[in-house]
Design a protein around this ligand. Structure first.
Ligand code: CTP
Ligand code: MG
Length: 227
């Protein structure tokens, strides 16, 4: 089942505390976002990628894309102040898609099998997102004191890719913008329309490179894949 993918890449990576956008940092000599693009470039079902980038990084990102021989980048959208704005700009460019994936450029370790499952489920039901069951005990805390222990059995940590029928996501994104609603993922925008969103069990390796310790884990994942 064919699909296209929108990759938000226009953040600044504040929590990484680096001197530049974290996506440009290297893992074993290659920029983080290139690993992400390579997964989709190699997937025969992927028909094209749209990247949302900051205007002043576009040239550098394009150079890397060319240097690493990434073939399926169809265009660059202007990133916005919030991730949701960047995604919407990317979606506007991906208009001919039937099923669209949104995937953080900062998640280089996504599994091709999970992508396949997400695309199939989104095609059937409209919306499917990647996630993994929570491993730790989760508690709510107020002013330094536990107020509640939440039942872990129902809790999932949500990742990207998030896959949708294009029309469903675009309408949800437009509605969110009209309402001034800001979500932390695409599924939230679709959830508020009442359309059910399915979950596909992903892998714990599909971690987002967010804080400096994630780079250590990222390097370890790359090394384990060489063995
Ligand atoms: N992103 C984006 N546009 C924004 C903010 C984020 O395209 N205005 C992208 C990031 O580049 C990243 C993905 O969305 O690929 C996930 O966001 P996050 O991990 O929060 O990245 P940053 O916002 O860059 O990091 P931080 O929140 O630590 O500043
Ligand atoms: Mg952010």
């Amino acid at each position: 089942m064919k699909y296209t993918v929108v990759l938000p890449a226009a953040g600044s990576g504040k929590r990484m505390k680096a001197d530049r956008n974290k996506l440009l940092l290297e893992l074993s000599g290659k920029p983080i976002f290139i690993y992400t693009l390579e997964v989709f470039d190699r997937d025969p079902d992927c028909e094209g990628m749209w990247l949302a980038v900051k205007e002043d990084e576009r040239e550098l990102i394009e150079k890397y894309v060319e240097h690493y021989g990434i073939k399926k980048v169809k265009g660059y959208a202007a990133g916005g102040a919030e991730r949701q704005d960047s995604v919407r700009a990317g979606l506007e460019m991906a208009r001919q898609s039937e099923v669209v994936l949104v995937h953080d450029a900062a998640r280089p370790f996504i599994s091709p099998a999970v992508i396949r499952e997400l695309v199939e489920r989104a095609n059937e039901s409209g919306a499917a997102i990647a996630g993994v069951p929570v491993k730790d005990t989760i508690k709510k805390v107020r002013e330094g004191v536990i107020t509640e222990t939440v039942d872990r059995a129902e809790l999932w940590m949500i990742q990207t890719p998030q896959a949708f029928r294009y029309k469903l996501l675009m309408e949800a994104a437009q509605r969110a913008q009209a309402d001034g609603f800001l979500g932390t993922d695409e599924a939230m925008l679709v959830e508020r329309t009442g359309h059910p969103v399915q979950i596909v069990e992903s892998t714990y390796e599909n971690v987002k490179m967010t804080t400096p310790d994630d780079l250590i884990y990222g390097k370890a994942i790359l090394e384990s894949r060489l063995q």
